[in-house]
Design a protein around this ligand. Structure first.
Ligand SMILES: Nc1nc2c(ncn2[C@@H]2O[C@H](COP(=O)(O)OP(=O)(O)OP(=O)(O)O)[C@@H](O)[C@H]2O)c(=O)[nH]1
Ligand SMILES: [Mg+2]
Length: 204
């Protein structure tokens, strides 16, 4: 009996050894107060903040995903949007493998600034893969209509309406980042990421 158990443990260890582990650095940027910190912290590994506390400088949040291509660890650098584009952020951008650019669907100016953020990160990380997210789609005061969002079409990058509060398209957004990073559109989650309970519902 003991021997059987030992064998089973050995098998498990072997299986784990065979599971590939991929690690990437992902930087999330966009104006202040658009929900970057709230969004990345929906993943249960992250801490959960209910009140708005502006990020100071940058915070690193390692998020782990179980996928058909193995374990994918995204070291997400959540960068404060408060100060003007350029300047202190360059050091945080260095060696990013992908970027998430976010804007706030309830504030038009945050969408108008997307181009600036795109240029800013491309200055440091040339031709970096980017996924564009429009956050707060749970809000009834949505100011930017779907047909007005065209930046992703110009750049040929993925776009998702998301809501950090409703967990809306969280999985889709990160799966898109992972697929882009591993250059494989067939990748899927083998275990869905554990997320904090949504606090609002998105009306379809
Ligand atoms: N309704 C709604 N509010 C949200 C959503 N996501 C974030 N918020 C709110 O927006 C505010 C700002 O969120 P943060 O995540 O701190 O914004 P940030 O982009 O990290 O801001 P900086 O750190 O200053 O760059 C907070 O009050 C959040 O509760 C969402 O999906 N829906
Ligand atoms: Mg923040």
């Amino acid at each position: 009996m003991e021997k059987e158990k030992e064998k089973e443990i050995e098998k498990e260890i072997e299986k784990e050894k065979e599971t590939p582990i991929h690690q990437f650095k992902v930087t999330i940027i966009g104006d202040n107060g658009i929900g970057k910190t709230t969004f990345v912290n929906r993943h249960i590994q992250g801490k959960y903040e209910k009140t708005y506390k502006a990020t100071v400088g940058a915070e690193l949040l390692p998020l782990s995903f179980s996928t058909s291509a193995g374990i994918v660890i995204l070291n997400v650098w959540d960068i404060a949007g408060g100060e003007k584009i350029g300047g202190f952020r360059d050091a945080f951008y260095l060696n990013s493998n992908a970027a998430i650019i976010m804007f706030d669907l309830t504030r038009t100016q945050t969408y108008n600034n997307v181009e600036g953020w795109y240029k800013d990160i491309n200055r440091v990380c040339e031709n970096i893969p980017v996924v564009l997210l429009g956050n707060k789609c749970d809000c009834l005061v949505r100011k930017i209509k779907t047909e007005q969002i065209v930046f992703h079409q110009k750049k040929n990058i993925p776009y998702y309406d998301v809501s950090a509060k409703a967990n809306h398209n969280f999985n889709e957004a990160f799966l898109s980042v992972i697929r882009t990073l591993l250059n494989d559109d067939s990748i899927h989650f083998t275990i869905p990421p554990k997320l904090h309970t949504p606090t609002v519902v998105v009306k379809k």
